[in-house]
Write a protein that binds this ligand. Structure first.
Ligand code: SF4
Length: 356
């Protein structure tokens, strides 16, 4: 794939990821503004060539791809409700790089770098090139914790983006997890197949295949436009290797907070063999008020989706309870609250009595 840049017609592979405000200015994505410097200081910038190619330079203010990755002056506005650690990772971390929130599963965060930096990121204050990756000793300590807690059934690799690891390192980590008998499932959360699809090389795919434990991959994607031909090919490489794929999306103001866009996204995911899993209500991340929608708006969108999409394409709308208390589904509800008469609302708004 190619795009016309200042340097002429270049393949994506030959183009660098944009990492500075100056680079964004050269591309015409921002104008000089001291508030942008402040925003860029609070979170690193990275826009891969694949995502840059999708941005409509003629309508930057309303472009759903630019909105996700280009810093905005609105990020400097922080409200009293917003938190540095909105989902409470720190409160549930028994050892560096590990979060043990539910008895049967842990998050393992081997590194904090990502291929892109999403301006709404729930770990906004942790991710970035300066973020700490686990040293070999720290990773070994995290693995030792998992080995000695035989209630851990599932290990969720997150970060940062775990697929930023070199195939050899990824293979070593996966093999170490596969060697722990009580770990039945390794789940990987990644944005790489969508935003940097060439990274999903045959070597990386081979590194993800385990002899014993099941491997699942949750891919983060917020707009159907992100599922380019290259992204769909990367997802196909993973699916063809026998790795089940799930979709995670964040409901974001100005990106996907309308019915048509959400419907197209869910259909595009299923078509790419990705089962929509979660639609996240945006977290209370500092400086991200411009991305948040009201819960009632999210519920209304989910209700409308129910009437349009098959169950295969329905995500669960979830909220991470601030403070580290985990995720809960937040509706919409289809049961009335009269205890004497069970009233059920169908996907089209019709109301029906259910006996019993
Ligand atoms: S890829 Fe994930 S962890 Fe990285 S910046 Fe985006 S949302 Fe945050």
């Amino acid at each position: 794939m190619t795009r016309q840049s200042g340097a002429g017609l270049l393949s994506h592979a030959a183009m660098p990821t944009l990492r500075t405000l100056e680079a964004l200015e050269r591309e015409g994505l921002v104008r000089p503004d001291p508030r942008l410097a402040e925003a860029a200081q609070s979170m690193a910038i990275a826009i891969t060539p694949e995502m840059l190619a999708l941005i409509d330079h003629g309508d930057l203010a309303r472009d759903p791809i630019a909105r996700q990755f280009v810093p905005s002056a609105a990020e400097t506005e922080v409200s009293a409700d917003e938190l540095a650690d909105p989902i409470g990772d720190e409160a549930r971390s028994p050892i560096k790089g590990l979060v043990h929130r539910y008895p049967d599963r842990v998050l393992l965060k081997p590194l904090h770098v990502c291929p892109v930096y999403c301006r709404f990121c729930f770990r906004r204050e942790k991710v970035g090139p300066g973020g700490e990756a686990l040293s070999a000793a720290e990773l070994e300590a995290a693995l030792a914790y998992i080995r000695t807690h035989d209630e851990i059934w599932e290990v969720i690799l997150t970060g940062g983006d775990p697929l930023m690891m070199a195939p050899r390192r990824m293979g070593e980590l996966m093999a170490a997890l596969d060697a722990i008998p009580h770990v039945a499932v390794v789940r990987i959360h990644s944005r790489v197949p969508v935003v940097d699809p060439e990274r999903v090389s045959p070597e990386l795919v081979a590194a993800l295949k385990l002899r014993r434990a099941s491997v699942w991959l949750a891919v983060h994607c917020n707009h159907a436009r992100e599922l380019t031909a290259a992204a769909r090919a990367a997802l196909a490489r993973l699916a063809d290797a026998g790795i089940p794929l799930m979709g995670q999306s964040v409901l974001l103001r100005g990106v996907n907070d309308d019915l048509e866009t959400l419907e197209q996204l869910m259909r595009a995911l299923v078509t790419a063999r990705v089962k929509p899993y979660y639609l996240h209500h945006p977290d209370l991340v500092r400086g991200t008020g411009h991305f948040r929608v009201a819960i009632e708006e999210g519920q209304a969108l989910m209700k409308a989706l129910r009437g349009r999409l098959s169950g295969l394409a329905q995500p669960t709308y979830v909220l991470d309870v601030p403070g580290g208390h985990g995720k809960v589904p937040i509706g919409p509800a289809y049961l009335g609250d009269d205890p004497d008469s069970l009233m059920i609302e169908d996907a089209f708004g019709g109301r029906h009595h259910y006996p019993g």
